[in-house]
Design a binder for this molecule. Structure first.
Ligand code: NAD
Ligand code: UFG
Length: 346
């Protein structure tokens, strides 16, 4: 038997979409997990299912990260080795309507977390950043040294938190921080037991397509087909959420070698258009996804996809799952759970 206890990782926002998938991957790798989440955009059922999918120890505390006293008590009692900080609000349109709430929650939660970690000597952190920090990139594929800009309050909270973490790491060289810039996470665990369960009408393409497929909406509106791309629809770098989860595991394993604070893209390096996603989703579902072309959505970049080579170099990680895998797994989740984690209304 090993004399080393398994490392303990704190997952903030670990009941959410990306957090729950990362929890499965980390449990499978032998980590002990402490999840804190206020369930403002998630369900505890996701964590029950994570426990069914993977062996090991996962402890859950329901709290708002901004409750610094409650968070302090959890960290003091848990012997945390590293943190993955997922918690935050993420809807672009909502952030435009309620900017104050977005700044308060996303930045307030991060400051509270960092104060607690400083107090308890925890200096290893992985942060959920976003390709939104590249805005409409001047060229693709996008490298980490591309110019940063963003078009909405949600994106600005990511930029502020990236700066905050860079400053904290610069002030104290014992910090090791990875700013993981996710491209477009989609798909679900291949078991179909956990997946993306957005509240209200989804803003994002894949959950909307899947809800059309189960009959929750009559059709998809394609936001513009007059972009300067081969089929006229926007191009994005869709990445399977299990690849993304494995990217977090790889980042944690290599964190100590990063030296300070580093931004790293997590994407596949492949771009797919909206119509390509619709075609692949139709194949997975086994029938056509009804759709029509509507006007452009304000603020959409015509094409963005990652240069993922830094993650390969630093973490030895590469995405392996295809768009077909993403659609098949998203459909397995959606068809088995047409109302997500909620019980259907009788
Ligand atoms: P999610 O909403 O499913 O998960 C976020 C979790 O944080 C939720 O469970 C929510 O209840 C929790 N939370 C929110 N505010 C909290 C607070 N104050 N205290 C405690 N818990 C709180 O979102 P996700 O898709 O899993 O995203 C995770 C992270 O990745 C977010 O920071 C998001 O901005 C970032 N990100 C997501 C995407 C994407 O497309 N899903 C893309 C790029 C970056
Ligand atoms: N789209 C449609 N119809 C829909 C929804 C989306 O045609 O009903 C199109 C969009 O116009 C875009 C593509 O599908 O071309 C992907 O849209 P998503 O909203 O799924 O993804 P985005 O790339 O626009 O947004 C994502 C994240 C945001 C982040 C942003 C910027 O969801 O959090 O990337 O990187 F801010």
């Amino acid at each position: 038997m090993s004399t080393h206890p398994a490392p303990t990782v704190l997952l903030t926002g670990g009941a959410g979409y990306i957090g729950s998938h990362t929890a499965v991957t980390l449990l499978e790798a032998g980590y002990r997990l402490v999840v804190v989440d206020d369930l403002s955009n998630s369900s505890e059922v996701a964590l029950d299912r994570v426990r069914q999918l993977a062996p090991g120890e996962l402890v859950f505390h329901r709290l708002d990260l901004r409750d610094e006293q409650a968070l302090d008590a959890v960290v003091a009692a848990s012997g945390i080795d590293a943190v993955v900080h997922f918690a935050g609000l993420k809807a672009v349109g909502e952030s435009v309507a309620e900017p104050l709430r977005y700044y308060e929650v996303n930045i307030g939660a991060t400051i509270s977390l960092l104060r607690v970690l400083q107090r308890h000597g925890v200096r290893r952190l992985v942060f959920s950043s976003s390709a939104t920090v590249y805005g409409d990139p001047a060229s693709v594929p996008v490298r980490e040294d591309a110019r940063l800009s963003t078009t909405n309050p949600y994106g600005r909270t990511k930029l502020v938190i990236e700066d905050l973490l860079r400053d904290v790491a610069a002030a104290d060289p014992s910090w090791h921080v990875a700013l993981l810039r996710y491209f477009n996470p989609v798909g679900a665990h291949p078991s179909g037991r956990i997946g993306e369960d957005p509240r209200g009408i989804p803003n994002n393409l894949m959950p909307f397509v899947m809800q059309v497929a189960v009959g929750r909406h009559p059709e998809l509106v394609v936001f513009g087909d007059d972009y300067p791309t081969p089929d006229g629809t926007c191009i994005r770098d869709y990445i399977h959420v299990v690849d993304l989860a494995e990217g977090h595991r790889a980042a944690l394993e290599h964190l100590d070698r990063l030296g300070g604070c580093r931004a790293v893209n997590l994407g596949t390096g492949n771009g797919s258009s909206v119509l390509e996603v619709v075609t692949e989703a139709s194949r997975a579902v086994g029938r056509a996804i009804p759709h029509r072309v509507g006007p452009r959505r304000e603020g959409d970049a015509p094409a963005t996809y990652a240069d993922p080579s830094l993650a390969a170099e630093l973490f030895g990680w590469r995405a392996t799952r295809t768009l077909a895998d993403m659609c098949a797994d998203a459909w397995r989740w959606q068809s088995a759970n047409p109302h997500g984690y909620a019980e259907p209304i009788a």
